[in-house]
Design a protein around this ligand. Structure first.
Ligand code: ADP
Ligand code: ZN
Ligand code: ZN
Length: 820
């Protein structure tokens, strides 16, 4: 009887596809393994098997699987269950989830771009097919799989590509250029293992006429410790030797040919970076001990607990104690951090305690490294603790016991684009429940929804109000800049009071942080004379200015433009960089304090992970006096010598048209303020605003989260927002504006017939055209008590009906559930 498999393909299409298995593969395939399948016209994809059966599908002829890629599953049953939940809750397809969940290197397809690795040196000769592909790539070092298929005349080369990837002869091209670290390292040793003083002297004489070779040899003797007669010589890498001796590879090769040196290759696991000494964990102080016990107590009755602890109360210490308990019970821990908070500071702190049991999953790591972690988690020596960003909820856990969501209020836990538009905090609660695991949400400024769940008893609730060692919370001083601007007493963005405080801090050799909220999405160009801003011709957005490239790019469609020499609207040549404002601030501060060492931390200066870490390290080590930054400066950083924090303009946060804007502003300001003042003195925060009378400003000053919560939640109840109502945004896209308008009206009308006044719109979203597609948005507000599952089913049914209408054939519909 013929065997079939159902698979998920990495495409945004609903449902799964059935393929037949050629006889020779029948025994090889298991649920959760990857297979290569033909799809569409001459395209191949890596698909994942979700079922193996004997039932031929009705209505269509199945195609055969091309190849089975795994002998054991890479997707575990619980994960698959989690994927299904995600797809149904966030109203997207399993293909969407698959694409987000699995690192690129594990889901090759015809369009995958692969890149030649110039550092690769084969340890044995490659199979013919692999060599052929590699040769093609060595000529033209970046090609997509289809291109290579054509050039080689081979059909379906995904298995060949996979094998080359495993050997790291090639790698998958990623958006960002990342430092790629080869996994094997070339090292140098003396060919003559019995080398002694006399023979070495002879060698020196022989090389007398080849000074470069001689220099290299002498450097080797030095680096390997041969001179000091160590019993075992130190290993010397080819790279270090050439660098230190200032020699070239040709010189080294000369010595290899003369039989002086031998080159050998050593595997260097990227993940295990040498032996780690672990330290004992810190003892908790009485307040922390009490909080810790309360969390444990909560977990006896509830699955989720909110830990509301002021900044620097030692929440991380409590997490560490909890992790240790869970590890003792033989279970795994997932420790989630928002992207921008995952710094060396926290990784090193945890590495010191958990050593090799800790793995780190970061989106700025090379893809190959993420593949390696994935594979490791499937094996027998998996990490017990994963510290990671949003996407680490997809890693294959076997025995999850605890999830920690640090800075749980951070909106970067929500993925905006593309689908799945999931929230990692909320999703991890579901993931944990599948494992019977507990979830701890930690923050100094809870999101209104979590706080609501905590005080209503749905979650456990623990508070920690003391800072560790009673370090005082900073003193926040309000400065009304509206009045000052009126009197022309502002120096650029700085009030006289702020200038005075910065000056005094610098005199005391203390540090300053200046915080400027990020206004738009990205830096822009603006005409100084008429205010003209360049826009994308395909999308309804302003273009992003890349200073380094001196280019304009569209953030949505990727289209690039030259920077115009003059303004097309008025002819003025005064086009200026509007930036985040941080650049301006940097210039202004340098004028006032020319001696001060100033650094800027924003999207522009932190494109790579290393650049980001360097700014932090320099500030930590006191190499910088003033740090200017956007929200990035507020997260997960402990600095010891910051005595003044300036919030330059609170109003940009408060005026943002969103029901969460005051909540967000409070969170941001509280977090930024928390950077001021460490061990022995109280820090000072200067809060500059034009609206000193807003309640939220008072709440920031008195650090009164409860009052903020009561105000905000009262407002949300009246205006029907979370936590009292759930939101789903329905987005419709079409090339033609009139068709879109008709479709949106039709869909809204149908939705209203079932959901009544819960449906609002359609409206034009702030960005109303992307990639030449017009966009409309319908908002659905559902009361907490209603069945959200029924609403989802209804939405999908209406969508199907609309799509079936001849007129709306190429209409795109997608959803944003629990939008942020
Ligand atoms: P939070 O996560 O609440 O902001 P942290 O855990 O980062 O606070 O603690 C703030 C600082 O106090 C850190 O430098 C940390 O090492 C130190 N600290 C907190 N609790 C302890 C403790 N029990 N023993 C030693 N140091 C502690
Ligand atoms: Zn102009
Ligand atoms: Zn565009």
């Amino acid at each position: 009887m013929k065997k079939y498999v159902d698979v998920i393909v990495p495409l945004p299409i609903a449902g799964q596809y059935t393929y037949s298995l050629p006889a020779e593969m029948e025994e090889k395939v298991q649920i959760g393994c990857r297979v290569v399948v033909p799809f569409g016209r001459k395209k191949f994809y890596t698909a994942i098997v979700t079922n193996v059966h004997y039932a031929a599908p009705e209505g269509y002829e199945t195609k055969d699987i091309e190849e089975v890629l795994d002998s054991t599953p890479v997707l575990l049953p619980k994960q698959f269950e989690f994927w299904e939940w995600l797809a149904s809750y966030y109203l997207c397809t399993l293909g969407d989830v698959y694409k987000a969940a699995i690192p690129s290197g594990m889901k090759l397809e015809s369009e995958t771009l692969v890149v030649y690795n110039p550092d690769f040196e084969a340890s044995a000769s490659l199979p013919e097919k692999e060599q052929k592909i590699l040769d093609l790539l060595s000529n033209d070092t970046e090609q997509c799989v289809t291109q290579l298929e054509k050039a080689s005349g081979m059909k379906n080369i995904l298995p060949v590509i996979k094998s080359l990837l495993d050997k790291e002869a090639i790698y998958v091209k990623e958006e960002l250029k990342r430092n790629y670290k080869p996994r094997t390292e070339a090292r140098v040793k003396l060919a003559d293992s019995g080398m002694d003083e006399a023979r070495l002297q002879q060698l020196f004489n022989d090389l007398g006429r080849a000074p470069k070779q001689l220099a290299l040899l002498m450097k080797y003797i030095e680096l390997s410790g041969w001179v000091s007669r160590e019993t075992t010589l130190k290993e010397v890498t080819k790279k270090t030797l050439l660098e230190k001796a200032g020699g070239s590879a040709a010189v080294l090769n000369g010595l290899v040919e003369k039989g002086v040196f031998e080159i050998y290759y050593q595997e260097i696991g990227r993940l295990d970076k040498g032996m780690l000494k672990t330290t004992d964990i810190n003892l908790l102080n009485p307040a922390q001990q009490q909080a810790y016990q309360s969390v444990l107590q909560c977990f006896r009755e509830k699955n989720v607990c909110l830990l509301h602890g002021v900044t620097s109360s030692g929440k991380t210490e409590i997490y560490i104690h909890l992790i240790q308990e869970v590890l003792k019970a033989g279970k795994q821990v997932l420790y989630l951090l928002p992207e921008i908070a995952l710094t060396t500071q926290i990784t090193e702190r945890l590495k010191r305690v958990f050593g090799h049991r800790l793995g780190i999953y970061h989106s700025k790591f090379p893809d190959a490294e993420r593949v390696e972690i994935w594979q490791k988690q499937l094996g027998d020596e998996e990490y017990d603790v994963i510290l990671g960003v949003r996407s680490s909820i997809f890693l294959p856990f076997k025995n999850l016991g605890l999830v920690i969501v640090d800075e749980e209020h951070e909106n970067t836990y929500k993925q905006q684009d593309p689908a799945p538009r999931y929230h990692a905090r909320n999703s991890s609660i579901m993931l944990a429940s599948m494992f019977g695991a507990k979830v701890l949400l930690g923050t100094a400024t809870p999101c209104v929804e979590s706080y609501f769940n905590a005080i209503s008893g749905k979650y456990g609730f623990v508070e920690l109000k003391e800072r560790y060692q009673d370090i005082q919370l900073p003193h926040i001083e309000l400065v009304d800049i509206k009045e000052l601007a009126h009197q022309k007493r502002m120096q650029g963005p700085f009030s006289p009071r702020l200038v005075k405080e910065i000056k005094e801090a610098l005199e005391r050799k203390e540090q300053v942080i200046l915080f400027q909220n990020r206004r738009g999405f990205a830096p822009m160009i603006e005409c100084h004379t008429c205010g003209w801003v360049p826009k994308c011709k395909n999308c309804d957005v302003s273009l992003t200015y890349h200073k380094g490239l001196n280019q304009l790019t569209c953030h949505y469609c990727g289209y690039t433009y030259q920077v115009p020499r003059s303004c097309p609207a008025c002819g003025s040549v005064e086009l200026m960089n509007r930036g985040f404002g941080t650049e301006r601030i940097e210039d202004d501060i340098k004028l006032i304090f020319p001696e001060a060492r100033v650094a800027r931390m924003d999207l522009d200066t932190t494109r790579t992970r290393t650049a980001y870490e360097k700014i932090i390290a320099d500030f930590e080590q006191g190499k910088t006096d003033i740090l200017i930054g956007t929200q990035m400066v507020s997260k997960g950083l402990d600095f010891d010598h910051v005595s003044v924090v300036g919030i330059l303009n609170a109003d940009t946060m408060l005026n943002y048209p969103d029901f969460r804007s005051h909540e967000r502003a409070f969170q941001l300001m509280a977090q930024v303020a928390g950077r001021a003042g460490r061990k022995n003195r109280q820090g000072l925060v200067i809060l500059q605003t034009k609206s000193p009378d807003l309640p939220v400003i008072r709440q920031v000053i008195s650090n009164d989260y409860e009052q903020l919560y009561y105000d905000q939640s009262a407002e949300r109840q009246i205006f029907k927002y979370p936590p009292y109502y759930r939101l789903i945004y329905v987005y419709l896209k079409h090339r033609k504006e009139d068709v879109l308008d008709m479709a949106a009206d039709a869909m809204a009308a149908q939705l209203r017939s079932g959901l009544g006044s819960r449906v609002l719109g359609p409206d034009k979203p702030p960005v109303a055209r992307i990639q030449t597609l017009f966009i409309k948005k319908i908002m659905v507000k559902v009361e907490q008590t209603a069945s959200i599952a029924k609403v989802r089913d209804y939405l999908l049914a209406v969508q199907r009906a609309i799509i079936e209408d001849e007129r709306f054939r190429s209409l795109l519909v997608y959803y944003d559930v629990d939008p942020q």
